[in-house]
Write a protein that binds this ligand. Structure first.
Ligand SMILES: [Zn+2]
Length: 350
């Protein structure tokens, strides 16, 4: 995992995305209007309108159905107004550090238990408030019709967490991946359509992470140039490399998985997503790099780069001859690039 710096170009994409949320878009294929902020505004107005009947299902003393108390209803209306006003002010395109502050602010008005309470509005069926909010935000449309184009423009082509699977968008802007919410949708429905909260990832990482928010998952974005971009690093364990050189038995290789900076951010990547175990299955890829190290000594590489290959750059020489992208920002272009680059650096190949 390598963080992506939020550049002015990425911010511009986020702004364009935000403008779309403020408008009213009709999708020709299903005739539905996409207007999430307007719908949240309508929900807030419905709760605040005294002619709307809001009932609540309570399960604490057996299952009972009661009309929501006026003071309680007022609090819910305040919460929905806050949600609407934040969205209207552009929360959906704000940076991850701002999203974390918004979570804190909104949870002070209504906590997780409040979002689980089940309401019926004007006789419509009982549903948890978080689901009612999610419906208005129209996240399925974001996932299917809107975000893939942006994921492609940012440059995501692999799972952000494990970098072992492709996560690409085709020319018709269909995304071949799952979309994870860095801060889980089930707990923070209001962040379900936030640009910097949407992570293209593989099915296994998404399934294993599920709605866990007890752990501090690494953010894929860096907000400042000075921020550490590496989250973890792979190396071949030195003793195992020595045993491999003697035996040429790939099973002797052991791939270590270590934090690049803060230790706590890789704990869930190990304990929940098992990335350390997953990468023991890619020993053969690490073995390729070991052989490239033996086959191409420094002199040979320098000669290749100096050769009059006018039509390709020295980076391309490394890519075509050594079979790897060597730029740190290239990690998201192809699966296993992080492993290959880290081992190549360890062995002095790049
Ligand atoms: Zn993955």
């Amino acid at each position: 995992m390598r963080r992506i710096l939020i550049t002015s170009r990425i911010d511009e994409l986020a702004q364009k995305y935000d403008e779309l949320l403020h408008g009213r878009t009709q999708f020709e294929h299903n005739g539905t209007y996409f207007e999430p902020i307007k719908r949240i505004e309508n929900l807030w107005r419905e709760f605040g309108n005294s002619s709307t009947v809001i009932m609540e299902r309570r399960k604490d003393e057996g299952e009972i159905y009661v009309e929501t108390e006026p003071t309680d209803r007022q609090n819910l209306t305040i919460y929905l107004y806050n949600l609407y006003s934040r969205l209207d002010a552009g929360i959906a395109s704000r940076h991850p550090s701002v999203l974390l502050k918004e979570v804190y602010g909104l949870e002070k008005i209504l906590n997780q238990d409040g979002l689980k309470r089940e309401f019926s509005i004007n006789g419509r069926g009982y549903r948890p408030l978080k689901d009612i909010i999610n419906d208005q935000l129209q996240y399925p449309m974001v996932r299917k019709w809107i975000f893939p184009e942006y994921a492609s423009k940012i440059g995501f082509k692999t799972c952000v967490y494990c970098n072992s699977q492709y996560a690409v968008t085709d020319e018709h802007e269909r995304g071949y991946y799952q979309l994870d919410h860095w801060l889980p949708q089930s707990k923070y429905p209001y962040l379900s359509i936030c640009f910097f909260n949407l992570y293209p990832c593989c099915g296994s990482c998404n399934r294993m992470k599920n709605d866990d928010d007890e752990n501090n998952y690494a953010c894929i974005y860096a907000e400042k140039e000075s921020e550490e971009r590496e989250v973890y690093r792979f190396t071949i364990e030195t003793g195992s490399l020595a045993r491999y050189i003697l035996t040429h038995d790939v099973n002797q290789l052991k791939i270590d998985f270590d934090p690049a900076d803060e230790t706590d951010v890789i704990t869930p990547l190990k304990d929940k997503m098992h990335i350390d175990d997953l990468y023991q299955q890619f020993k053969d890829t690490a073995e390729d790099v070991v052989w490239k190290r033996m086959a191409y000594d420094r002199g040979y590489k320098e000669a290749l780069c100096k050769a009059r290959l006018d039509f390709i750059s020295s980076q391309d020489v490394k890519r075509f001859i050594l079979g790897m992208y060597d730029g740190p920002e290239d990690v998201h272009k192809r699966p296993l690039t992080k492993l290959i680059q880290d081992v190549a650096k360890q062995l002095g190949v790049i």
